[in-house]
Structures are given as structure tokens and as C-alpha cells.
Design a protein around this ligand. Structure first.
Ligand code: ZN
Ligand code: ZN
Length: 112
């Protein structure tokens, strides 16, 4: 997604976690997920806990997400909690969750 700088400053962006409208300068974009700074702080904490728990299989189908040293998981919000999906599960899940993916680069790719 390419946005001209002046447009970026004015654009309202919806945080995908709390669904509040924020200025583009008040959000952080990580991969396909846009979060406000408040949610980012919470996310970092949860993410740390999540990774410490060492979930390395797809939450949905259980396939291993580490392959030859490469991590092939996609962080998603599933039923309000963090889950890791393999690519094919994410591609199935994402169209059902337009609320999460609409307006993201990945959502545009899926034509949500
Ligand atoms: Zn938020
Ligand atoms: Zn899967």
C-alpha cells in the first residue's frame, strides 16, 4: 500500500483491535494488522506470552509451522485470542473475518 505523505497524515485509520478511528500517526502497521499504540502495548505483552508458550503448530489444522528453520505461521485473532495459522488456513479464515482484514494490504489482495 503506497500512500502519499500528506494523505497519510490526514487519513483516518481504524484500529483492528479496538475498532476505534485513529489518525494515521497514531497507529502502527505490522504486516497486515493495523493497531493503535494503546493496543500495540497490549499486543506486545500478549505476543511475548504467546511466543513463550511455544505454539508452533497451526491452531486450526495442526500442521507444523517451522519448516527447515523457517517460520511459516500467520498471527491471527481467532475468537478473541491469538492463534497462529498456516497459510492455507489463513486464506480460508481471512474472508470470514472482513472485520480484521478489510482495509489491509492482504484484505485488498483478497478483494474483501
Ligand atoms: Zn486500538
Ligand atoms: Zn492450518
Amino acid at each position: 500500500m503506497v500512500i502519499e505523505a500528506p494523505a497519510l497524515a490526514l487519513q483516518k485509520v481504524r484500529c483492528q483491535e479496538c475498532s476505534k478511528e485513529k489518525c494515521a500517526t497514531e497507529v502502527t502497521v505490522m504486516g497486515d494488522c493495523t493497531r493503535c499504540w494503546d493496543c500495540w502495548v497490549v499486543h506486545r505483552k500478549r505476543l511475548t506470552e504467546f511466543l513463550a508458550a511455544d505454539y508452533v503448530n497451526c491452531t486450526t489444522c495442526g500442521v507444523k509451522l517451522f519448516e527447515q528453520g523457517n517460520f511459516r505461521g500467520y498471527m491471527s485473532i481467532i475468537d478473541g485470542a491469538y492463534g497462529l495459522l498456516c497459510r492455507s488456513c489463513r486464506d480460508t479464515y481471512a474472508p470470514k473475518r472482513k472485520d480484521l482484514y478489510k482495509g489491509t494490504g492482504y484484505g485488498a489482495h483478497l478483494k474483501l
